[in-house]
Design a protein around this ligand. Sequence first.
Ligand SMILES: Nc1ncnc2c1ncn2[C@@H]1O[C@H](COP(=O)(O)OP(=O)(O)OP(=O)(O)O)[C@@H](O)[C@H]1O
Ligand SMILES: Nc1ccn([C@@H]2O[C@H](COP(=O)(O)O)[C@@H](O)[C@H]2O)c(=O)n1
Ligand SMILES: [Mg+2]
Length: 209
Amino acid sequence: MGTVVDSSNQGAGSLPTNKKVSVIFVLGGPGSGKGTQCANIVENFGYTHLSAGDLLRAEIKSGSENGTMISNMIKEGKIVPSEVTIKLLQRAIQENGNDKFLIDGFPRNEENRAAFESVTGIEPEFVLFFDCPEEEMERRLLGRNQGREDDNIDTIRKRFKVFLESSLPVIEYYNSKGKVRKIDAAKPVGEVFEAVKAVFAPAVEKVAA
Ligand SMILES: Nc1ncnc2c1ncn2[C@@H]1O[C@H](COP(=O)(O)OP(=O)(O)OP(=O)(O)O)[C@@H](O)[C@H]1O
Ligand SMILES: Nc1ccn([C@@H]2O[C@H](COP(=O)(O)O)[C@@H](O)[C@H]2O)c(=O)n1
Ligand SMILES: [Mg+2]
């Protein structure tokens, strides 16, 4: 458990200023199936899904002053400064009644990881890592058809490079702390979810016992 302090909400309003939350980071390369499996976990285990990428895309749509910068970074497959993404995550956590969150696609680099920890004081319960070969991820992204501006071959290659150079070291960091639960994400959706369930079920059984 960690505590999210909402400094923009001190002393007034209906949101709690300090909220204890349990967080699981959901990581893996672009197209590894993070969003797909988070939807299954939400349905079966009562977590709230927060996708950092979705929050950034919503921020662009909202007409925010950061919108153009975020949009340019996403088109280039680059990582948006932590300060921006962490504010969006903190707000989403504060505004949600749940206390259990899947944070999908974050932390994406060492700056994300260190800043989130120092700003929120939250350590993840564990990191769910969807491991998938690049050829399979590329095939999935090119077939996704959700109109994402970054699902084109040029940006996909840039995103793979960023994943290898900046995101994998974060997974290695958590692995050195014994926190990574690695899933073979190259299998069909149902089989991947069976492996995910095996990670979540023991925790639920312990609570029920
Ligand atoms: N195990 C799977 N087998 C085949 N296709 C899959 C599998 N999991 C997800 N997909 C499909 O692959 C595409 C990418 O999946 P998804 O959006 O869940 O990935 P993601 O990791 O969230 O990607 P991104 O990092 O780009 O947001 C989607 O079209 C999804 O339906
Ligand atoms: N922590 C993050 C997460 C995402 N981004 C940017 O959004 C793009 C799409 O992310 P998905 O998880 O939805 O694939 C990503 O390529 C980054 O440009 C980010 O900056 N920081
Ligand atoms: Mg996704």
